[in-house]
Design a protein around this ligand. Sequence first.
Ligand code: ATP
Ligand code: MG
Length: 296
Amino acid sequence: MNLLHRLEQLQLVVVTGKGGVGKSVVTAALGKLLAGRGRKVLLFEVDPRENLHQLLNTQPSGGEIINASPRLYLQHIEPRELIDDLVREKLKVKLLVNRVLGSPVHRHFTEGAPGLKESAVFGRALRMVEGHGPRALRRPDVVILDAPATGHGVSWLAAPQLVADVVRSGPIGHMAELIATFLGDRSRSGVVVVTTAEEMPVEESLELMESLDQRFDREPEAVIANALYPVTDDEESDDPATELWRDRRAINVTQLERIDAAWAGPLAEIPLFPMDPGPALVGAIARQIEAQLRSA
Ligand SMILES: Nc1ncnc2c1ncn2[C@@H]1O[C@H](COP(=O)(O)OP(=O)(O)OP(=O)(O)O)[C@@H](O)[C@H]1O
Ligand SMILES: [Mg+2]
């Protein structure tokens, strides 16, 4: 099946990969593609260094839902604030809320409890696709999460189950269970793995795919091999810049072979474009993804 066709049926797409490989540009490009196909798309950015707005040429979110272009929305998420919102929602007495939120124990807990922040982010995504969003965007069709590079991508996906296993009852345990089910349902959520064709990112991506398989019995919807050096036509030149280019390209070729050997599913190979981060770069990447994954 056409990959974009598959992605457009999902309610959550998690874009994951090692730091700096191009998760944010791919998130923006997928958002643009799905919005172009008529879906109402919300991009979730968790990274405190907001940069999706720059890629989409709009104002920074600062926590608000921003409409970047027709059907394409963007929101910066601060997981701790989501947890505070949960406390507000569950404890309706104001005095109590203030005491809990102001207490060092609460801070300590939300910072330290494994999986809580991740679960809160997924929980928000789930609520929104189920139609409980704020007035600015009541019900997106799909949320695309630009997952932070910290830790392993799989730790994000594993977080809700972890919480559900530890907190077995009560509202938090119940919420975590719902989210874990949502994440486990391939008709509702999917993972896109972004990597550069270099040794370490490929190593990590292959490990990630193995854990997806072993822990969740699932595979990514697609692998995006990003920022590939183009073939140089000047094979003879001993100009140092050309030589460096050739070396980089040779590494890319080796690593692409490695991906090929391990992954038979949809793969897009995206060139390194001589462009600054911004809408033009996002557009170029989107066109490549669309062309290559059309028949995947
Ligand atoms: N195919 C490409 N061609 C040219 N530049 C690219 C390409 N892909 C990514 N870049 C640039 O590389 C840098 C890293 O990309 P991006 O910010 O999307 O990575 P990231 O995985 O989100 O990084 P982080 O882990 O820091 O959030 C950016 O400056 C981006 O504009
Ligand atoms: Mg990023």
